[in-house]
Write a protein that binds this ligand. Sequence first.
Ligand code: GLP
Length: 249
Amino acid sequence: MKMITAKDYSNMSEKAAAYLLDKIKQAPDLTLGLATGGTPIETYKCLVQDHKKNNTTYQHITTFNLDEYIGVKAEDPNSYYHYMKEHLFDHVDIPKQQINIPNGMASDLEQECKEYEQKIADRGGIDLQLLGLGSNGHIGFNEPGTAFDSTTHVIELTQATREANARFFDKMEEVPKQAITMGIANIMKSREILLIVSGEKKSKALDRLLNGEIDPSFPASILKKHPNVTIIADEAVLKHTRVPSTFLQ
Ligand SMILES: N[C@@H]1[C@@H](O)[C@H](O)[C@@H](COP(=O)(O)O)O[C@@H]1O
């Protein structure tokens, strides 16, 4: 794993977007794994600004989102489908048929997971996966205890995750209890991973990732076994994180 440091959230977002754009320019038919949550919002904003200014094209890009809430309609402002349209897809030239997000309204969720797996496989896997870090170490919605060899599956969200995401909803009761998420094996199979982490509240999690044991009780810990992970972290998170010197470029 290597670490790129950023001054603050904006600077982290600019660096993350520049990193992604560099890869997109090198391989315009890239298969990108995308994340939601608060952390990537400004990264997407930078991609949109770049698209407007420099015309970087997404015509041949294929995307796979990590996860989606179960029981939230696509048009609901809290669906990850809606989030992606709002923050990225409606503002760049990616063809709709190249966008993949699990369908949390599918009547047969097991079948939906299988089909999502197949779509990823048919595309030849993910080239570059963008990741955020949950405070409890979740990646995608792979909560603590999720098997490292898991593939796309239905997950019960922990109370901590529901509380962390409650800020996007009107009431706590509206926060879904389940989601579909790519598994840890899917994430680990991506050829490259870009993990973005910002803010003091993520210090404990980043510290555990960098210094703790590799253990399913902290799903992100498996990233240490991936051969090509880049972390972009801002000063606020790094202030209370012990960074082993081997991680610094
Ligand atoms: N499912 C998402 C993850 O993909 C995200 O990376 C993580 C961190 O979220 P945030 O960036 O809002 O801190 O939790 C969310 O619940």
